[in-house]
Design a protein around this ligand. Sequence first.
Ligand code: AMP
Ligand code: MG
Length: 304
Amino acid sequence: MIERAVELLQRGRLVAFPTETVYGLGADATNPSAVARIFAAKGRPSTNPLIVHVHSVASARRYSAGWPDSATRLAERFWPGPLTIVLPKQPTIVDSVTAGLATVGLRVPDHPVALELLRAFDGAVAAPSANQSNHVSPTTAQHVRDELGDSVDLVLDGGACSVGIESTVVDLSGAIPRILRPGGVSASAIAAVVGEVHSCSRIGGGSTVLPTTPAPSPGMQERHYAPRTPAFRFLPEQRASIDVTDAAMLDITLDPAQYSRLLYAHLRMLDQQQLRAIYIELPPDVPEWAAVRDRIIRATQLLE
Ligand code: AMP
Ligand code: MG
């Protein structure tokens, strides 16, 4: 199966594969027409850059222009794993992968199937989550098939993803490391390795939104990772006023790691039940919940 996947990638086709975060929709990051297929299959705006997956630090260094000390230390500590490192790119990474930016996001995923594929291909695989743009990310091979059908040439099945939400993205191209998206690796874990870290989330078109701050009004925050059923987040004190007729309520009964692992699968399951609404309790504003809060905030509107 890996051999067939490699051959498809070499021919500029799309291969979906499991990672520890979510399933990725992969294509050769050095082939412009292969990369164009990703954007077409997802309906993804060309302004949203893709993460490039590689099998090792040595491979990452081939595709970045410059490799600071901080990258060495972060990679040593967190690769393979759910951390994407943004650095100036080599020209071999096609411009559409990085949405025209001079930087590229690189990651070594921690999944045996992904690593086997990346080692056998021995190149750069651009891979966003294997879902329609703005929809919930897939955490099983069946989710990918349900979502993308024939537009993907092969789906490698590696079981359910263990982390369940997307990687942390840290930008090392400036003087001080900057977290662009919270994820499986916490800001404090990064700070423990590289010292000072700035936390902010640059979403889509470059607007700066603090991930822990609810949008002042609906529509101001980019909708992303969202179910199709109207979804609302609520604070614990709002619980009593919620009408649960024909609706589902997601409480916080799990720890952050368990919650991340199951969140997208739950949202997909609830989305198939033709509910009037999904109500999701917003976890507390503490570091351990930062990544989950970010996804919930982007998937929902604040309940009035
Ligand atoms: P996805 O592939 O859906 O997980 O989304 C990848 C995300 O990673 C993008 O939406 C950006 O937030 C971030 N990203 C990827 N590459 C870059 C880059 N070169 N510069 C800044 N952010 C990036
Ligand atoms: Mg995505």
